[in-house]
Design a protein around this ligand. Structure first.
Ligand code: NAD
Length: 361
């Protein structure tokens, strides 16, 4: 059995609490003899600033680069809000994305049957919802130059540049088409080609890439329409591929379909499928250190890691099944508890998932 070397960066707020539960899941799998895993941990975010004056040290970056994958909790601590952006805890995640060239962000939008009534959408709208958003992560208006502020004739302007090169679009489109091959074989490319030249290039390149994936249906959709369709008929989607800024907004919108931000995992991959796996939520300072955080998004992030970085879909399936079986017992953390459900804490939720996993292993 190949030893997997994992870098674990728990971070701030609820990060360490939920990461403990993800590590319990890994220990279960190790004890069952289905994986051999070595873990190296380091500080990141606000805790790292307190320890060494920077949100991520060079030695942590070196450790991460030498690992096979990264499990990341969350960063963010309001006590650093007075600092310039470049010195805040959140800079750690941007640095990791840049240094590791993590250009593809993958967010599955999963509906758990037991939690359908937690969503603001009607049950019939949620039926059969199962899609993935693939967001380009290292380009677009967030990184385009020139950017800045200027004064023209006494009037203050802010400006940013939306830009994508053909190779950038091609590589993210391929990620989407490859994912669709193993799913329902449909890609929806979201753009704004009716008004933005950058997005016309986007549409042309995605269409060209689709010629190499003859069995995948390609649909183009303008972003404003996509925002409506996500709410009116989300079950139509299989794989949505989109740029950085549209993906940022649409993926947060889509996460709300499921009912709690504490449920959804994500993967950020580079071309060699090296991945950073993290929940989609932040450090949730309002509930930190209270044993209230939902660890499911973090636990499902480990499932994604086995699927995308280690070609172990069998283990990903096991973890996902253990989570489903746990929810079937109608136990949950505060964010998902309702009616006759039993409210339990972060630790107990992790224990329940491990119990189910032990039975499955
Ligand atoms: P947040 O995602 O941390 O919290 C939003 C709301 O969701 C809060 O009410 C919180 O209690 C709840 N929530 C989040 N995760 C939960 C979980 N696992 N279980 C139960 N409830 C959960 O977003 P925010 O409050 O806007 O930001 C807090 C900090 O996190 C900020 O410093 C922000 O910059 C940072 N942040 C970091 C990341 C990251 O590390 N990738 C992402 C987003 C925000």
């Amino acid at each position: 059995m190949k030893t997997v070397n994992l870098a674990v960066l728990a971070g701030d707020g609820i990060g360490p609490e939920i990461m403990n539960q993800a590590q319990s899941v890994l220990r279960c799998l190790k004890k069952a003899g289905v994986i051999d895993i070595q873990i190296q941990e380091a500080l990141v975010g606000g805790v790292s600033i307190r320890d060494s004056g920077t949100a991520i040290t060079n030695s942590t970056l070196d450790m991460v680069k030498a690992a096979d994958a990264v499990l990341f909790g969350a960063v963010g601590d309001y006590s650093f809000d007075h600092l310039p952006q470049s010195q805040r805890p959140e800079i750690a995640i941007l640095k990791l994305r840049k240094e590791l060239e993590l250009f593809a962000n993958i967010r599955p939008i999963i509906i758990f049957n037991e939690l359908v009534s937690n969503s603001n959408l009607k049950e019939e709208v949620l039926k059969d919802v199962d899609f993935i958003i693939v967001r380009e992560l290292t380009g677009d208006i967030y990184f385009g130059e020139p950017r800045g502020e200027k004064i023209v004739k006494g009037v203050r302007y802010g400006f940013n540049t939306m830009t994508y090169s053909e190779p950038e679009i091609e590589r993210i489109a391929k990620v989407g088409f490859k994912l669709a091959e193993a799913r329902k074989k449909k890609v929806t490319s979201v753009d704004k080609a009716n008004v933005l030249e950058t997005m016309q290039v986007w549409r042309d390149v995605v269409s060209r890439v689709s010629e190499s994936f003859k069995d995948i249906e390609l649909q183009h959709m303008y972003v404003d329409n996509a925002a409506m369709q996500l709410i009116s008929s989300p079950a139509q989607f299989d794989v949505i591929v989109t740029g950085n800024i549209f993906g940022d907004i649409l993926s947060d919108q889509a996460s709300m379909i499921t009912g709690s931000i504490g449920l959804l995992p994500s993967a950020s991959l580079n071309e060699s499928l090296f991945g950073l796996y993290e929940p989609i939520h932040g450090s949730a300072p309002d509930i930190a250190y209270k044993n209230k955080a939902n660890p499911i998004a973090m636990i499902l992030s480990t499932a994604m890691m086995f699927r995308h970085s280690f070609e172990r879909s069998d283990l990903a399936d096991l973890i996902e099944k253990a989570v489903r079986l746990t929810l079937e017992k109608r136990v949950g953390t505060l964010d998902i508890c309702k009616g006759d459900w039993k409210e339990i804490g972060t630790d107990e939720m992790g224990n329940e998932v491990c119990k189910e996993l032990n039975k499955l292993c």
